[in-house]
Design a protein around this ligand. Sequence first.
Ligand code: ZN
Length: 491
Amino acid sequence: MEHPLHIYNTLTRKKEQFVPLHEPHAGMYVCGPTVYGDAHLGHARPAITFDLLFRYLTHLGYKVRYVRNITDVGHLEHDADEGEDKIAKKARLEQLEPMEVVQYYLNRYHHAMEELNVLPPSIEPHASGHIIEQIELVKKILDNGYAYESRGSVYFDVEKYNKDHNYGVLSGRNIEDMLNTTRALDGQDEKHNAVDFALWKCAQPEHIMRWPSPWSNGFPGWHCECTAMGKKYLGEHFDIHGGGMDLIFPHHECEIAQAVASQGDDMVHYWMHNNMITINGQKMGKSLGNFITLEEFFTGNHNMLHHAYSPMTIRFFILQAHYRSTVDFSNEALEASEKGLSRLMEAYSHLQKLQPSATSSVDVKGLRQRCYEAMNDDLNSPIVISNLFDACRAINSVKDGKATISAEDLEELKDVFHTFIFDILGMKDEASAGGNNYETFGKAVDLLLSIRQQAKANKDWATSDKIRNELTALGFEIKDTKDGAEWKLSN
Ligand code: ZN
């Protein structure tokens, strides 16, 4: 394909041209949510970042297979408080099946994603549904000599692996330093080395989520699921693996080690990572307790929020920063996004009513090209948005009679706006999409009255009376004025 899309590859630390392995197909895998609580603003960022990529690749003509997993197997390593699996803990406290907890939060996650206009992935595999594939992966790594069994658990032998390969290739961490700082700590540990990570964990008696394996009744280590499911659905080699920057180490570093140890090379061609959302300069997250859930944003029900923010305000706020920059949350920043978005939507609505002239003083072709150049430069959505704001100024100038646009340019401008705002940035017009039903309803009544006005002008009294009588019968009060008609709903 002709499009020179460049994306930043975390592994090579360079922007590289995107050339898929199997054109016109493109495969992308993104680490999805762990479902034991409501999605917060931090979850919205990877979802929206990779939705932007999914939409853009699709727009460019690729047939994209987008896999985003659901982490629903508890992981001891991942838990800071008393070592109990978080899903199981929630299930025990609320007397639910663990899968009830998973389904409850998954339904809520899907609802929040739909509100944010995040397209569903092509495949959404659950870790708990791929235990067999994960056991196969662990067996391969054991057979190849890069893992060892210890008291029913299986650990990845990082030191051995690092002798033959490079552990730390993605994160840039130095394994020698890690071995030196952690070696003293592992006296009675079942691991040979503190840096070794679990491929399979033998379950403690109180652990509810458990499966049989050749080593013990237990559960797979967290890193296994993405390697196993990525391979199952996208093959041994696929194009893009994404996730938040906080997953680079250890999660994605371990995924690379598992792939190399099981099949001899990494599965992933381009590693992509979005930056974090901060509150007062600190990462927003459950473990830090400083998060605001998406539902709280949509309802305004949180003491840090001045008022409710619509899903599209949140989406626009996230897209106004480049995905590799941090975004600091504040009410002021969200309010600025809210204003910017309504300016854009207003201009889009003015655009539909502009009258063409014989001449054009608006550079529409240049606008389209600058928007594509920005997207091709590692998905630079803030530059796309600033170009669209320039176009808003041009639209307003034409509307105010200070500039002109030809019929051809007008059609092209409508197309550029629609393509970039709705198809690629994935915004939706909340007013016309049912976000404000009253406004939509009002527009429909205005439309009927304008048809009636037209009928009167044509002396088509039958139609004019029919519209008036039927609206009156429905409970509207219609009052004729010198430029048309006004209406209100009578009590
Ligand atoms: Zn993952």
